[in-house]
Design a binder for this molecule. Sequence first.
Ligand SMILES: [Zn+2]
Length: 92
Amino acid sequence: MPSRTFSIFCNQCTEFILRYRKEGSGSLIRIYVKQILEPEYFKQFKNKKLKSETPRLNCPQCLQRVGIAVIHEPGKRPAYRMIKGTFIKKES
Ligand SMILES: [Zn+2]
């Protein structure tokens, strides 16, 4: 399956939030922690099974919330459901 890489920025203050490897087409509705390439910080959470163990996904600068932690079935993969209108994505 082809994959593409996106950088996500805050729509409020334009701060860089994360870089993500996306498989397949379609819009960015849900992102898997395992596929977050940057910042490195997220790697330690890739095998968590509880959403309470996954950090909040906020803009590091203005603290706007851009995603909600979820555990995606099947496979219990930690992920974020992205909040529409809070971020800008650019292919990178
Ligand atoms: Zn921001």
